[in-house]
Design a protein around this ligand. Structure first.
Ligand SMILES: Cc1cc2nc3c(=O)[nH]c(=O)nc-3n(C[C@H](O)[C@H](O)[C@H](O)COP(=O)(O)O)c2cc1C
Length: 209
């Protein structure tokens, strides 16, 4: 059975544009797939482990072919469990506001926690990276929102390291079936119109996701 995990990175609750678009997506998805499991993970709910000194040390220990011990083992176990939570889903919906041209730090924290050798990637000194989530039938939909920057605007309104970074990370994991839903009203655009279009696009994508 299919399992959809919505990974939410806006902390703005009912005021969040990306979460409202995600709600439209999930309503439509549930209507089209009443028997599928659907879960939302609010990354701000306190369940995402830190990736500090023991975790970084554990990663280098594993790279070196050894087994993490003590505090490193605890951090590695937390990373393993977090990865398993994400990997259990074959459908991933990410809601991703632009923060300072990039992504919210809590989403980068998730990336740092789960992007581990043997989980998301392998690496060969000669051939480079292998992408361990490839060919597992995984699909991703990503909701990108911003308020100042928008695709037609030049660098005086900022630059898009939000989708360029996040899309690259998804593809590095091996997930290449990716659909984007965008809401970039800009400061001079018609926000209501842009919102209506983004919600309609989300509902449409969700029907066949
Ligand atoms: C901390 C923070 C940083 C932001 N940085 C940018 C930015 O660099 N460029 C931009 O266009 N909008 C920026 N915004 C505006 C948000 O991207 C925009 O309001 C978006 O819709 C927020 O998503 P949300 O409503 O789901 O929280 C920022 C907002 C916050 C709270």
């Amino acid at each position: 059975m299919s399992r959809l995990l919505h990974i939410a990175s806006s902390p703005r609750g009912a005021a969040s544009e990306s979460l409202q678009i995600a709600d439209a997506f999930l309503d439509s998805y549930r209507a089209a797939n009443p028997d599928h499991e659907v879960e939302t993970w609010d990354l701000w709910d306190g369940s995402l482990p830190a990736f500090g000194p023991p975790a970084a040390a554990a990663k280098m220990t594993v790279f070196g072919g050894a087994v993490p011990q003590g505090q490193q083992a605890e951090a590695w176990q937390a990373a393993t469990e977090t990865f398993a939570r994400v990997d259990a889903a074959d459908r991933l919906l990410f809601s991703v506001p632009m923060w300072n041209a990039g992504i919210p730090y809590i989403l980068k924290q998730l990336i740092d926690v789960i992007s581990q050798p043997g989980m998301v990637f392998g690496v060969d000194p000669a051939a480079g990276y292998s992408h361990l989530l490839a060919d597992k039938g995984k699909r991703a939909a990503v909701i990108y929102t911003s308020a100042v920057w928008g695709p037609p605007l030049g660098p005086e309104f900022g630059r898009d390291f939000q989708s360029s970074y996040f899309d690259d990370w998804l593809r590095w994991t091996g997930i290449d079936d990716i659909t984007e839903i965008r809401y970039h009203p800009t400061l001079t655009g018609d926000a209501d119109q842009a919102r209506t279009e983004a919600h309609a696009h989300a509902r449409e994508v969700a029907r066949t996701f």
